[in-house]
Design a protein. Structure first.
Length: 355
């Protein structure tokens, strides 16, 4: 007690660090700084990649409109059915218009916006084919917004799983997530084109242009209809006008993605049902009413109402040989016996409604 111990440091002091210890501590501090800087760089790169991914998703062409046009939308040149409000009265009327360079499909029934302009527009195409010999495409008649038409466009199950809550300005997750919840098997056009799904960054009623073809093809295949089915997207180009005219002359309507409010970005799907070659205009049903609207056939640009971003061309054709010519006993494997006219074997789903 009171004596110093040789070789022990004083209890209140610290021995100075050696040059070696100072060097090691400096190297450790430098490594920690480098690791921290590297971590910051990695985090910034991840954030930038996420921002770019979100930006690309947001910029991918799609519809963003609702059940009514926004303020300032130009409705174009409006007619009842044919140019200048004429009604189709006879084949002579049709030929007279054709001589003037106007071709218009009159067998497309206009439908109004139902849980998305994309599925509604494709629904009009399906409704036409329903009337042309594919009776199982729609339950019951397709001459207006019937229960069968609504179910085909966007079923009650679709609405419950993906449309609710009806988000407008801010995206609210639905059952598609995140987080994902159990949902019904796809059973309508809106399901197959993934309309309104929050997992696709879609608000209520929104649909991507890239999903339009699958909505048509997958819906027809889901019904088990034996037919030649195709749908293809075409971006606006110098040749699209000629291709579109050919589709119309062949009796096939198209779906256009357009810029309805002329702000330079796509926002709405319409069904193109005709053209005026002299004016170079296309005619369409816009899903907001049942009139025919005419617009210049031109690409999307600021200040240009309903400029065209691209078109979807559809085909649904009876495969023909394979069923026809078979006897009633041989009418199987994708075929069915139609009793009209003494009986004929046709691909399943293609018997006339009143057979």
């Amino acid at each position: 007690k009171g004596e110093s111990i040789v070789g022990c440091r004083p209890p209140t002091g610290h021995a100075p660090l050696s040059q070696r210890e100072k060097k090691e501590i400096g190297q450790l501090a430098l490594r920690m700084k480098l690791r921290a800087a590297l971590l910051v760089v990695v985090l910034l790169a991840i954030a930038a990649a996420d921002a770019r991914r979100v930006r690309l998703t947001a910029d991918e062409p799609r519809s963003t409109t609702g059940p009514a046009p926004s303020l300032g939308v130009d409705m174009g040149r409006v007619t009842s059915l044919l140019e200048d409000g004429q009604q189709l009265g006879s084949r002579e009327d049709e030929r007279a218009l054709s001589d003037r360079g106007v071709v218009l499909l009159t067998n497309v029934q206009p439908f109004t916006w139902f849980r998305g302009c994309g599925p509604t527009a494709v629904g009009m195409v399906i409704g036409m084919y329903h009337q042309l010999g594919f009776p199982t495409l729609v339950e019951g008649p397709a001459d207006g917004m019937t229960d069968g038409v609504k179910k085909m466009i966007a079923s009650a199950e679709h609405y419950e799983d993906y449309a609710l809550p009806e988000d407008q300005s801010q995206l609210i997750p639905d059952k598609s997530g995140p987080p994902a919840q159990p949902t019904h098997p796809d059973n309508c056009v809106a399901d197959f084109m993934q309309t309104s799904r929050s997992s696709k960054n879609n608000h209520y009623g929104w649909t991507y242009f890239s999903d339009i073809p699958r909505g048509f093809v997958n819906y027809v295949e889901y019904l088990g209809i034996r037919a030649e089915i195709s749908a293809v997207n075409k971006r606006f180009s110098d040749s699209l006008w000629r291709e579109f005219q050919l589709e119309i002359r062949q009796g096939r309507p198209s779906v256009f993605l357009v810029d309805s409010d002329a702000n330079g970005a796509t926002d709405h799907f319409v069904v193109a049902i005709g053209y005026d070659s002299e004016r170079q205009e296309y005619a369409c049903y816009n899903t907001w009413d049942t009139k025919v609207h005419w617009y210049p056939f031109a690409s999307v640009a600021e200040g240009r109402h309903s400029g065209v971003y691209g078109a979807t061309f559809f085909r649904l054709k009876d495969p023909g040989p394979g069923c026809e010519g078979r006897s009633e006993d041989e009418c199987d494997k994708g075929c069915e016996w139609c009793s009209f006219g003494g009986g004929i074997c046709k691909p399943r789903g293609l018997c006339p409604v009143n057979h």
